[in-house]
Design a protein around this ligand. Structure first.
Ligand code: ADP
Ligand code: NA
Length: 316
């Protein structure tokens, strides 16, 4: 079975239900506290596992993170390379007010601990990165991948600084996954001149993706557009394909984690392909879009990522 290595973040997300956000000097009570597994690396790993992929998560927790590491393991992710370090686990303190809005404090903690790469399993065919761990570590793992013919997926979220982007080795990235805001920031940082009109989100994003693709010629670019679906620019084609979002059964309930669900399903699908056939890549993206839509129909992040069989039943 092909394997995928995710080098990324794992957090304890703490949701405090409050009437109004706390103000300076004020102490308020929370009516409810829910702790959940979080972090983009962990969420994408859960999505890869639920989609049927074999996934090794490489990250770090403190002794206060054993519970979320167990959650990750119980979701079917191999956590043998999840290191225990002398720091606090990454943590998000999330106030949720009566209107359902969030206010978040993020502590990176153990996610920024330096870790040495593990021996790479010989069956590894993909490596997956976000930007919630030190960028230097991402680059170190990318260099390992290059030496061993492993395909790489990079979801640069949160965005690196313009300086970091200018020196980033994009030639080592096989698949870049961005949203409409991130593709605009990337074009800006890399001096890719694109004129957008500001009327049509899909058309503006298409121009940005095509502009960026002209610069990153060896990278496939996937741009997610929320309720407007996905744009795909494959290296082997000059076109930029638009795939609409999934039809939801009911109103969008919670978009948290939809992007991570999409990326995880995309990776698991790519791992199962053998050749480089555009129609097969599009089928993989359509399954990932359906999975992300189902994630939006449910509350929660990692917990709302659907199982492969549920996704397949909705595609039929
Ligand atoms: P991010 O949170 O990373 O910006 P997006 O908001 O673009 O990610 O969402 C990722 C994917 O989730 C979209 O491409 C789409 O397929 C799906 N999605 C997000 N919001 C909706 C929605 N309101 N309706 C249907 N699908 C959605
Ligand atoms: Na999202």
């Amino acid at each position: 079975m092909p394997r995928c290595l995710v080098r990324g973040s794992i957090n304890v997300d703490e949701f405090f239900q409050v009437k109004d956000f706390v103000r300076p000097g004020q102490t308020i009570s929370s009516t409810e506290l829910v702790k959940r597994l979080g972090g983009k690396g962990a969420n994408q790993s859960v999505a890869i596992a639920r989609a049927g992929g074999v996934v090794d998560f490489v990250g770090a927790i403190g002794s206060d993170g054993l519970g979320v590491r167990d959650d990750l393991k119980n979701a079917g992710v191999n956590v043998d390379q999840t290191r225990l370090v002398e720091e606090s686990t990454g943590r998000a303190i999330i106030q949720v007010n009566a209107a359902g809005e969030n206010s978040i404090i993020l502590f990176k903690g153990a996610n920024y601990a330096s870790i040495t790469p593990p021996p790479i399993h010989p069956d590894t065919t993909y490596m997956v990165f976000q930007n919630e761990v030190p960028l230097a570590s991402t680059i170190e793992f990318l260099t390992l991948a290059r030496g061993s013919n492993i395909a790489t997926v990079f979801n640069p979220s949160p965005m690196p600084t313009p300086d970091e982007l200018r020196s980033f080795p994009f030639d080592k990235i096989t698949w870049l996954v961005v949203n409409e805001g991130e593709v605009a920031e990337l074009c800006e940082a890399l001096d890719v001149a694109v004129k957008t009109e500001g009327f049509d989100l899909v058309e503006d994003a298409r121009k940005l993706v095509l502009g960026l693709a002209g610069r990153l010629r060896s990278t496939n670019i996937i741009c997610t557009l929320g309720a407007d679906g996905v744009l795909a620019k494959f290296c082997v084609s000059d076109e930029c394909v638009h795939l609409p979002a999934a039809k939801l059964q009911g109103p969008p309930l919670d978009t948290t984690g939809a992007g991570d669900c999409f990326t995880g399903y995309m990776v698991a699908g790519l791992m199962q392909l053998e050749g480089n056939v555009v129609s097969e890549h599009i089928a993989v993206l359509q399954r990932a879009i359906q999975a992300a839509g189902m994630c939006v129909e449910r509350a929660g992040a990692a917990s709302s990522i659907p199982l492969r069989a549920e996704v397949e039943s909705r595609l039929r």
